[in-house]
Design a protein around this ligand. Structure first.
Ligand code: A2P
Length: 270
């Protein structure tokens, strides 16, 4: 849905052809978009992604949202563009995902934006989700999710770990908090001679989650990688714990169109 797989595919082919890396040294994740949730649509969607990425197989394939769109709808404009989960349930989509793993096109399969309740809904699947990729940062720590996933062998990936400052203006709430200038984070950064972004990344790693800070800037990519060398103290972790206010930057309001079955409450199950 980000429209970048063909150009990333070209880049992957180039670095492999150059001998800079091998396919095995890369971890490549992609996601199934909401308009391909019928069982028979899942594998063709994955095949297209693999063809565009020129990568042979995916390391991880995720169901992007527990939300279904009508065939051909990229982004919904009205409730008519939405399909309810009673018509195409997650179980059906998941069964298509399992087929992708069975034949090795996706080495691992998982979900994104799933609540504990929705993960529970797949607890009896042949292959349980191996990953849940969700928004996680000090303002949205989700301790219950972390505990549930740890207990059930599900890994977590934290998206928007820096508070997603580059989201489209119309998706931003008025006066929303800025994680990168948060005084607690800034003070910890100063103590470690690091940047706030590095503290946010180190915090996610120290909690045992994967973390995917996004950057198109080489210097910041390097800075973000360097964060894996930081070691936060118990006191740092305690102070950050105190910042939790269950604040979502990505609220998912774009799915809750009038006339659809989706609400903020049933999207997040809270
Ligand atoms: P840029 O791409 O210009 O580096 P998130 O990962 O929470 O979605 O946030 C992504 C945003 O954070 C992008 O706008 C990115 O800008 C910015 N960003 C990424 N790394 C850093 C960093 N180390 N310091 C400040 N901003 C950063």
């Amino acid at each position: 849905i980000y429209g970048n797989e063909k150009e990333i595919g070209k880049a992957i082919a180039e670095v492999i052809d150059n001998g800079d890396v091998t396919r095995d040294e890369l971890w490549i994740t992609s996601k199934l978009w909401n308009n391909k949730h019928r069982k028979n649509q899942v594998m063709p969607a994955l095949s297209q992604t693999i063809e565009d990425l020129q990568c042979g197989h995916l390391d991880l394939f995720l169901v992007h949202w527990p939300v279904v769109l009508a065939d051909g709808v990229g982004f919904p404009e009205s409730g008519d563009d939405m399909v309810s989960l009673s018509e195409i349930p997650i179980d059906e989509t998941w069964s298509g995902m399992e087929d992708c793993k069975d034949i090795g096109l996706a080495r691992h399969i998982g979900v994104s934006n799933f609540s504990v309740k929705k993960l529970e809904g797949l607890a009896n699947a042949n292959v349980r989700p191996e990953m849940n990729q969700i928004e996680m940062h000090p303002l949205l720590q989700q301790p219950d999710m972390l505990e549930y996933c740890n207990a059930n062998n599900i890994l977590l990936t934290a998206y928007s770990p820096l508070g997603s400052p580059d989201r489209m203006q119309e998706l931003k709430a008025e006066g929303e908090p800025n994680l990168l200038t948060n005084p607690v984070i800034s003070a910890i950064a100063e103590r470690h001679a690091a940047t706030s972004a590095q503290i946010l990344i180190a915090w996610a790693i120290q909690r045992g989650t994967s973390v995917i800070p996004k950057s198109v800037n080489v210097g910041r990519l390097r800075e973000n990688f360097e964060a894996s060398k930081l070691q936060l103290t118990d006191q740092d972790m305690d102070q950050i714990k105190g910042l939790d206010e269950h604040y979502r930057y990505v609220k998912g309001q774009f799915w809750t169109l009038e006339g659809s079955d989706y609400t903020i409450a049933n999207l997040w199950d809270e």
